[in-house]
Write a protein that binds this ligand. Structure first.
Ligand SMILES: [Zn+2]
Length: 442
């Protein structure tokens, strides 16, 4: 690994702690897993499915050779369940967050790479292969012990200190063994294995490649390598090195999600994006919209992908294209809402906040569930039409008028609803003028 080489080359002190989790998959606490998924803002429905898959495990034991009745398990992931490694990955995010918090509050000092563009690394993690890294200090040793005990209390994942090891680069053996006795772990030597790959050591020596060759052999013999390919692991190691610029699924992103408080309306709105008559791609689009994850120009500028002079709204209104602007306050696209409202015949207060807008639009009908479900679907159709129109204008150089956009909202909602509503099929024309009569909700 580059990091160990770098420390050796520049004679910097590097302290590595390779964590061994005890029976990694057996002791994971489901309540904790549920809390992590909640804080990482996974959609409610998705979390529910996962819980049903993970928490429905039953077992029976053999007593004198005959199986007992099945009984439900209360914790742990099933070995061999294809979901388990992914669940473990979620659980491990908690350790990431703890390590980040320790670094940010200056309790733990990560290892700094490079001399110019400094990048500080405090942990590398994949499933149950976890590596914590920092500078040589007693404060770091104490922080490591604390963070692991804390993580164990939270998650139920026990750290096997006897099997874990402390490795030092440019650190004296005496200091290392003293630190190892504080951590009650053993002292390891480079090279050691991380993700099945040797870390540190001289690559020109034949011996160092033995585990790699063994691993490839193992993989070729019956494709036994389980959850991730060898190449995948290499890529993963590289990926972990790069600071994340695109706001993708990263340690930093997860940490921000876990630590930032979302407004209440977002929770309500996020349940509204799932509608059984709306195509999944539209719901996923709406999820990204409410999270402000769409590649709007304002977001592209913030990520350094385009320069600020290209941030203007494609409608020519003169505003900056943020999600809020494009879907609500734009004088061009935003006026689609009033057209839609006059079609479905109600008026509602216009919130300038996207999730509030969604919630208000959906609930502006009193009482009737079918009406609410209808306005919910119309809102989703409307934002979908605005986004596709924006992309048409931007990338295809073609343009629809506002009345044409309204027609599209009518078309989409008709298409989405007609598969489940027989009345609608025979009422194509009256849908245009009077949707409620067609739905039978007047
Ligand atoms: Zn605009």
């Amino acid at each position: 690994m580059l990091l160990v080489d770098e420390a050796a080359k520049f004679q910097k002190e590097l302290l590595l702690f390779k964590v061994d989790f005890e029976k990694a998959y057996d002791s994971l606490d489901w309540g904790y897993l549920d809390a992590v998924m909640g804080r990482m803002s996974f959609p409610f429905l998705w979390t529910k499915w996962i819980k049903e898959c993970v928490c429905s495990a039953t077992a029976s034991v053999l007593v004198n050779g005959s199986p007992t009745d099945e009984f439900p398990l209360e914790r742990g992931l099933r070995q061999g369940d294809p979901l388990s490694p992914f669940m473990f990955l979620l659980a491990a995010e908690g350790l990431n967050v703890l390590m980040k918090a320790m670094v940010e509050s200056n309790v733990f000092t990560g290892y700094t790479i490079g001399t110019e563009n400094l990048l500080s690394i405090s942990h590398l993690q994949f499933a149950d292969d976890t590596l914590l890294l920092g500078v040589k200090s007693w404060a770091n040793v104490r922080a490591l012990r604390a963070v692991l005990v804390l993580f164990e209390l939270m998650s139920g994942l026990k750290v096997n200190f006897h099997k874990s090891m402390l490795v030092g680069v440019n650190i004296s053996d005496s200091w290392l063994s003293e630190a190892a006795s504080v951590l009650r772990c053993r002292v390891g030597k480079v090279p050691f294995l991380y993700l099945g790959l040797p870390i540190g050591g001289d690559p020109s020596r034949l011996g160092i490649w033995e585990p790699v060759v063994a691993r490839i052999k193992q993989r070729l013999s019956g494709w036994k390598s389980r959850f991730l390919s060898f190449g995948g692991r290499l890529i993963l190691l590289k990926w972990q090195w790069k600071p994340n610029l695109d706001g993708g699924y990263s340690v930093r992103g997860a940490y921000q999600l876990l630590t930032s408080q979302q407004p209440v309306a977002l929770d309500v709105a996020e349940e509204l994006i799932w509608h059984k008559q709306v195509p999944l791609k539209v719901s996923i689009f709406a999820w990204r919209l409410l999270r402000d994850r769409l590649p709007t120009k304002a977001n592209l500028v913030a990520r350094g992908i385009i320069t600020p002079e290209f941030h203007l709204c494609v409608s020519g209104c003169g505003g900056v294209e943020s999600a809020q602007h494009l879907f609500l306050s734009c004088t061009v696209f935003g006026s689609l809402w009033s057209l839609v409202r006059s079609w479905i015949g109600f008026s509602s207060a216009d919130s300038h906040h996207l999730s509030d807008h969604f919630v208000q639009f959906t609930y502006s009908f009193d009482g009737l569930r079918t009406r609410r479900s209808f306005s919910q679907l119309i809102w989703l159709a409307c934002v979908w039409v605005i986004w596709t129109e924006r992309n048409q204008r931007l990338f295809r150089n073609s343009k629809c008028s506002l009345p044409q956009l309204l027609d599209k909202v009518k078309q989409f909602s008709y298409l989405w609803l007609k598969t489940t509503n027989c009345n609608l099929v025979s009422n194509y024309h009256s849908w245009w003028s009077s949707p409620y009569t067609c739905l039978g909700i007047v």
